[in-house]
Design a protein. Structure first.
Ligand code: ADP
Length: 593
């Protein structure tokens, strides 16, 4: 950082120097021309840019360094530099869904301009006034799908594979939804990695069914959960064999609430691998994907049969998509819609941040209700226990918890089994001093999880914001957060003893505790954040959306987080992807029949 600033100063000084030479005859204001570097804070680390300005006109913006999520940040990197150059201004709108990246990029350009002492004079931008010509564009497809996350893409691929013309409408500038920003792990009983690890026999469809039912307090629809349990492995094999998703062959995730380790992990430990491969497959089958296209209403004919979608593009133009075979709603949950959350369950008000994308506003639920769908289980809202206390973002760095990291409170004491269900851990955290907790792990655990390397951006971001302390001794990390070092040392001594004996006498850790005898240590502050909304539309086993009498609304299907009958009161980790892919596929197959 210091070196970078020094370099910037050198560039700035040389610009002034060259300017000094030039001013001896010709009137060139050298401060209004040149190449300058600047830096801003992105979502996952610094964004460094180099800008070229000629006679006060911004000519080029080059991103030199950044650590953003490849897919999420792409719309910002693709559109904002052109927009700033066209307007000759940094006063441009952020790209929805890439807000932090947009802000970081704008900040970096401003930083470069400031260093150069340049104030841009904005061009009149009457030429890009909104292109709202009031005309309605109409298109016809066999199948119209609302929402391009894991469920929507899977549905689109299956319908297209069955010979249907398909359009996927995505309201955000980027596809992927929460599937993209998730860890991407997916439960499948008796999977090939369990076989590789010699634990396949410990698992079964029945056990997975029982874990899922029990994990949701037995209120899910047993018939639908049975379909999930029976098809999750086929969904994973489909992703691997037909879609080309790469999963690690020798590692599984042990999420809370499961009796055995059964979650497959995609390459890179994030949903990016899934979304990139699903999109490639969808493209190969000519599925049309339209971003910045927000579905607003489901259309029906006189008999109530669903036959299209009314949507709007980013310029406010109305679009009508006629659907010969019907509509599939895969628009995800409502975790980002505080009003809807409060209406569903007043407990989850503004006090909670959320891990989900800004696109999760429950639009599909509103649209489905308009055409007579019934909603169920809406009060069941899940928080993810280990999230960033400031941004609400899920901590993937803290996946070391699944390999043995412990949770402690401000008093330096453990207070819950670290592999308990998310709702149980979240509630336990909220009962601690300050309503937050800390996760502690050491280098050995970090290497087992490969956490720092896989989530380097998050690691740097947490260090910088002070929510992560790294040190050679427990005392050092405890002091960072004002925790009594002796209390923390005492807790760790007990953990080490339990790890050695293979028995956690305090909380009966189901994965077995891991010795934390050796540093270096990582201590991270965390807080629960809204993560998944279990409620939604009621579907039958063909994924048809049902009305209040329990009858299917003709030609209307639903899959993924928008549905409300699969996870009961609490969704187990690794079940969102299994749900989205399994029922997305079924919806695509059924609508094509
Ligand atoms: P799932 O896991 O069920 O697939 P995701 O959250 O991954 O859910 O994906 C849902 C997608 O639906 C998101 O990309 C979201 O932006 C999109 N979406 C939500 N509402 C609308 C809407 N009104 N029109 C188009 N897309 C929408």
């Amino acid at each position: 950082m210091k070196n970078f600033k020094k370099k910037m100063l050198q560039i700035f000084m040389s610009a002034i120097f060259i300017g000094g030479l030039a001013t001896s005859g010709v009137t060139i204001n050298a401060q209004d021309s040149g190449t300058f570097q600047g830096e801003g804070a992105g979502a996952h680390g610094p964004i460094k840019v180099e800008i070229t300005v000629t006679d006060g006109q911004l000519e080029k913006i080059e991103v030199l360094e950044q650590e953003e999520n490849e897919l999420l940040a792409a719309p910002a990197f693709e559109s904002l530099p052109d927009k700033m150059i066209a307007d000759n201004s940094t006063d441009v709108d952020v790209v929805s869904g890439s807000t932090e990246t947009s802000e970081g990029l704008i900040e970096a350009v401003n930083d470069a301009l400031k260093a150069a002492g340049i104030s841009l004079v904005a061009k009149s931008n009457s030429e890009d006034a909104e292109d709202d010509n009031g005309e309605v564009t109409e298109e016809t497809y066999d199948v119209v799908i609302i929402g391009a996350g894991g469920a929507g893409l899977s549905a689109g691929i299956e319908a297209a594979d069955a010979g249907k013309s398909v359009v996927l409408l995505e309201k955000m500038p980027v596809i992927g939804g929460n599937t993209l920003i998730s860890g991407g792990e997916m439960n499948a009983p008796n999977n090939w990695v369990q076989e590789n690890l010699g634990i396949s026999k410990k698992d079964s469809v029945e056990l997975y069914y029982e874990d899922t039912m029990k994990g949701g307090n037995n209120v899910a629809d047993p018939e639908i959960v049975q379909i999930l349990a029976e098809n999750a492995l086929a969904s994973a094999e489909w992703l691997r064999d037909e879609v080309g998703v790469e999963f690690y062959d020798d590692q599984l995730f042990y999420f809370g609430g499961h009796t055995v380790e059964r979650a497959l992990i995609p390459k890179g430990h994030t949903g990016q691998e899934l979304i990139i491969k699903l999109k490639e497959k969808a493209d190969s089958l000519d599925v049309v994907t339209l971003v910045n296209t927000k579905a607003e209403h489901i259309l029906q004919d006189d008999s109530g049969t669903v036959n299209g979608v009314q949507a709007v593009d980013k310029d406010g133009n109305e679009l009508i998509f006629h659907a010969n075979d019907g509509v599939i709603i895969t628009s995800g949950g409502f975790g980002s819609n505080v009003e809807m959350r409060k209406e569903a369950n007043p407990e989850y008000d503004e006090a909670y941040l959320s891990t989900v994308t800004v696109g999760s506003t429950g639009d599909g639920l509103v649209m489905a209700e308009e055409v007579g769908a019934t909603l169920t289980n809406m009060e069941s809202i899940q928080t993810y226990p280990v999230s960033n206390p400031e941004t609400g973002r899920i901590s993937l760095l803290a996946d070391t918890r699944f390999d043995g990291a412990i949770l402690v409170n401000q008093e330096g004491e453990r207070f819950v089994e670290e592999l308990e269900r998310r709702d149980v851990i979240s509630k336990a955290i909220l009962e601690q001093t300050g309503e937050y907790a800390y996760q502690l792990w050491n280098d050995e655990l970090d290497q087992i999880s490969n956490s720092k390397e896989l989530h380097e951006g998050e690691y740097n971001e947490l260090l910088e914001s002070g929510f992560l302390a790294v040190g050679d001794s427990l005392e050092e990390v405890a002091n960072h957060f004002d925790i009594d070092p002796e209390a923390l040392e005492e807790t760790v001594e007990k953990v080490n003893e339990y790890a050695e004996k293979g028995e956690d006498k305090d909380f009966n850790h189901r994965g077995g505790l891991h010795s934390l005898e050796n540093g270096k240590y990582y201590l991270m502050k965390c807080k629960p954040s809204v993560h998944h909304t279990m409620g939604g539309v009621v579907i039958n086993k063909s994924t048809e959306i049902l009305d209040e009498e329990g009858n299917p609304i003709e030609n209307l299907y639903g899959a993924g987080e928008v549905t409300g009958v699969i996870h009961g009161e609490n969704r187990l980790g690794g079940n969102a992807i299994s749900d989205a892919i399994t029922f997305g596929r079924i919806a695509g197959q059924e609508i094509a029949k």
